[in-house]
Design a protein around this ligand. Structure first.
Ligand SMILES: Cc1ncc(COP(=O)(O)O)c(C=O)c1O
Length: 416
């Protein structure tokens, strides 16, 4: 059985939860230990579980790849936060993507937004075709989705906001168009986290995350998760979760579950910090433009208001610095609180230059067509104090731009 053997029915939305997000984050999937009363779950390292008779496990677990207490509790918590019936955890965000793609039969066609995460692009272009799945990319999916749909189209892949330009996609509009043809819609919600955006509520069929980012939130676990409402998807994807075996360890599941318990606090602070920083950068004469969905100047601000909790912008932003690529690199060296590093969504603030780092593999003309210029800096705001972050960014900005625009050189000198 594959997902395309069946007409796609949109499952009913999950019932409204009895508790608010923060209460669910702390308590969902967190039972007290029935024997010791431990409030925090133990890390269950056992790979196998005793059976009282052949085929009769003592509890609900048999073998840890198939399921184990820590992974199960984490999955229960994510399902609650994504307002989904089910969640399945994987060893990375990339493994999650791979399993979703492998659930398609050979000959299937996928439509994807152009500016997906680089690793997703790599999988779509270099791996999916090996098992007969073809992917078409479009930069304007809301405009031309129907032109790309063929009888073989089984999946639409959206990343919103996009990385690193923070463009938004209207999930409801895409789901409406896709569902008319029985096509599933997947949303990579890594950048927003379940606190800011719940794609299933806007009509998506599957939401995926790199747990490595906001859900774990402490830059010490690589993991992924998919959440959905359909029983049929549960059967298919949990079969592949076990058959492929790209599963997280008990320890990583435990750590990610611990991180998730403070997601609401971290996401609020990261948004407050990013809002303050984006506002200060937008007002600076040393900045060409700022991409942040929490600003009224953002071209998709109306979508953010509809799709994000309280119209929040999240913790990610990017901006074009005056002085060219050299100034962008220099800026990242001059910050004292922000660390120059890839990744995002942790408690600590990070900066990077996508053209030379996360997006270096994309040819320059393709990069620039979607706004990833050499002078673009991407910022992941952590949970430090907004005032400190803003002061740090502005001092680095002023110094970097001064170095590279001196004598009208405007970025052509290499002052490093
Ligand atoms: C939006 C997005 N999706 C998926 C991934 C892949 O996740 P992982 O690194 O956990 O495999 C990333 C990683 O950076 C990402 O940013």
């Amino acid at each position: 059985m594959t997902v395309d053997d069946h007409a796609i029915e949109t499952p009913p939305p999950a019932p409204a939860p009895a508790h608010g997000f923060g209460t669910l984050a702390v308590h969902a999937g967190s039972p007290h230990d029935p024997t010791t009363g431990a409030v925090i779950e133990a890390i269950s390292l056992s790979t196998t579980f005793a059976q009282s008779a052949v085929g009769k496990p003592v509890g609900e677990y048999e073998y840890s790849r198939s399921s184990n207490p820590n992974r199960h509790n984490f999955e229960t918590a994510v399902a609650a936060l994504e307002r989904a019936k089910y969640a399945l955890a994987f060893s990375s965000g990339s493994a999650t993507t791979a399993v979703v793609l492998q659930s398609l039969a050979a000959g299937s066609h996928v439509i994807s937004v152009s500016d997906v995460y680089g690793g997703t692009h790599r999988y779509f272009t270099q791996v999916a075709k090996a098992h007969g799945v073809k992917v078409t990319f479009t930069p304007e999916i809301e405009v031309d989705i129907s032109e790309h749909i063929t009888p073989a189209t089984k999946l639409v892949w959206i990343e919103t906001p996009s990385n690193p330009t923070l463009r938004l996609v209207d999930i409801r509009a895409i789901a409406t168009a896709a569902h008319q043809h029985g096509i599933l819609v997947v949303v990579d919600n890594t950048f927003m986290s379940p606190y800011v955006q719940n794609p299933l509520d806007h009509g998506a069929d599957i939401v995926v995350h790199s747990v490595t980012k906001y859900i774990n939130g402490h830059s010490d676990v690589v993991m992924g998760v998919a959440a959905f409402n359909s029983d049929e998807l549960k059967a298919r994807l949990s079969f592949l979760q076990n058959a492929i075996g790209a599963v997280p360890s008990a320890f990583d599941s435990w750590l990610a579950h611990r991180g998730l318990k403070t997601l609401h606090l971290r996401a609020r602070q990261a948004t407050a910090n990013a809002t303050a920083l984006a506002t200060a950068l937008e007002a600076s004469p040393n900045v060409i433009s700022v991409n942040y969905p929490g600003l009224d100047s953002h071209p998709h601000r109306a979508i953010a208001r509809r799709q994000h909790r309280d119209g929040m912008g999240g913790g990610m932003l990017s901006f074009r610095i005056k002085g060219g690529h050299a100034a962008a690199e220099r800026f990242c060296q001059l910050t004292k609180i922000f660390t120059l590093a890839e990744s995002l969504g942790g408690v600590e603030s990070l900066v990077e230059v996508p053209a030379a780092m996360t997006h270096a593999g994309i040819p320059k003309d393709q990069r620039e067509a979607v706004g990833v210029f050499d002078d673009l800096v991407r910022v992941s705001c952590g949970v430090e104090e907004a005032e400190d972050l803003t002061r740090d960014a502005l001092q680095a900005l002023d110094q970097a731009v001064a170095e590279f625009t001196r004598n009208g050189s405007n970025g052509v000198t290499n002052g490093n």
